[in-house]
Design a protein around this ligand. Structure first.
Ligand code: ZN
Length: 411
């Protein structure tokens, strides 16, 4: 028996932290930390942002909470104003498992406001739910994980290993200011990681993620006066033809047992210079989630081959890789997965299109899986919401999981 604690007692203590979790979630959701590629928003950022992320706003709130609870923390920034925070409890004896829970502090843009029933950055509580950009992804789970840290602080002497809470920036874009920086600086010291960034009402344990490649496709034409369009070559029209072909494109692959096949999303488009000029250039950004039988370069070449089949004299295309990450997988038999199943017995082993922190952690040799509270219905969508009971339950389950796992010896 690795630990003697009473799991139901911790679940009860977590319920008592309900108001703390709600209040903290609302406060950190009010702090706008919208992340975006600067390239995609020339001039001014979305949602009134003057620069991407600004995650330091959330970190400052967390620092106050941790100081109040007497938990030491450290702050690390590659980019000023985009701080990452680490806070740990436990005796930290060698030979024991060390668990980190990683949450991200940035959010995706609100998108068109007319799709929202409320103001995205004025979060609120109503009838057992929280509403606002970030309550689900990932700030509500972040507040719940901080509550778990508080519960564990009270039992610190019963933790021979170590439990670390990590609030990390730059997840939704990934310019190297978040997890990559922490890994480069060797600041993540753990054997196991939970990444509560997949929703699924705690009923999914995500052990595998697809790889990801972001491609920028640019069409080039020839500018001309709008009253004489035939003198030019319209790059927007060329792109339209390419996108029609892309809709019917299936990338070469073999299906993976957990991950299935790849997906292609056209996420952004921009083109032209003025209404009275034929567009000389048009650009779209594709986000492709791929499986282990594919490679980023192979995918780029396939997409370039599709562009080459566009039948439009004078038009040409460039296809470049903006960013890519490899697929990843953890054994469903890993100690962490078995422990989660003890506290979430109705959970299933799954894989996903991915793009969470689990991926770089697994690449770094850490057993990292996704497991999270909240329903995925409003992920990256308008009217984002989460059930408060999901957050309190998650706080208790995470604390129980940490107490047990961090009392286990590393094999
Ligand atoms: Zn997320």
């Amino acid at each position: 028996m690795s630990s003697q604690h009473d799991a139901s007692e911790i679940l009860k203590s977590a319920l008592e932290l309900r108001d703390f979790i709600v209040d903290l979630t609302l406060r950190i959701c009010r702090a706008r930390t919208v992340n975006y590629f600067e390239h995609d928003y020339p001039g001014e950022g979305p949602d009134g942002m003057t620069s991407p992320g600004q995650e330091g706003k959330v970190v400052r709130i967390l620092q106050q909470e941790l100081a109040h609870a007497g938990i030491p923390c450290s702050v690390h920034a590659k980019v000023a104003g985009r701080e990452n925070l680490l806070a740990g409890v436990g005796r930290g004896e060698s030979g024991y498992r060390r668990l980190v829970v990683l949450l991200h502090t940035d959010v995706v843009p609100a998108g068109p406001l007319d799709a929202w029933r409320f103001s995205p950055f004025e979060p609120f509580e109503k009838d057992g739910m929280l509403y606002g950009r970030g309550v689900l992804d990932d700030k509500g789970p972040l507040a719940a994980s901080l509550a778990a840290l508080l519960l564990l602080k009270r039992r610190e002497k019963d933790i021979p290993g170590r439990f670390t809470f990590a609030a990390v920036g730059d997840e939704e874009v990934g310019v190297g200011a978040g997890i990559d920086y922490l890994l480069e600086q060797k600041l993540i010291d753990c054997t196991d990681a939970v990444v509560p960034d997949i929703a699924g009402d705690m009923k999914e344990i995500n052990v595998a993620e697809k790889g990801r490649v972001i491609l920028r496709v640019t069409s080039h034409g020839k500018q001309a006066h709008a009253m004489n369009p035939s003198k030019g070559v319209n790059a927007i029209h060329a792109m339209a033809r390419f996108l029609m072909l892309l809709e019917h494109t299936e990338l070469r692959h073999s299906n993976h047992p957990i991950l299935g096949g790849p997906t292609i999303n056209t996420g952004l488009i921009r083109g032209g210079a003025a209404p009275n000029a034929v567009a000389a250039a048009c650009e779209t950004t594709l986000d492709i989630r791929y499986v282990p039988s594919q490679t980023p370069q192979g995918i780029r070449d396939e997409i370039a081959a599709v562009a080459e089949t566009v039948q439009m004299p004078g038009a040409r295309f460039d296809v470049e890789i903006v960013q890519s990450s490899k697929p990843c997988e953890v054994s469903p038999e890993a100690p962490l997965v078995k422990r989660i199943l003890r506290h979430a017995p109705d959970a299933k082993i799954v894989g996903s299109g991915g793009g969470t922190f689990a991926n770089p952690l697994v690449q770094a040799g850490i057993e990292a899986v996704g497991w999270a509270p909240g329903n995925e219905a409003t992920y990256h969508e308008p009217n984002e919401e989460i059930e408060i009971a999901q957050l309190t339950t998650f706080a208790g389950r995470l604390a129980n999981l940490a107490l047990e796992l961090c009392s286990e010896k590393v094999d």
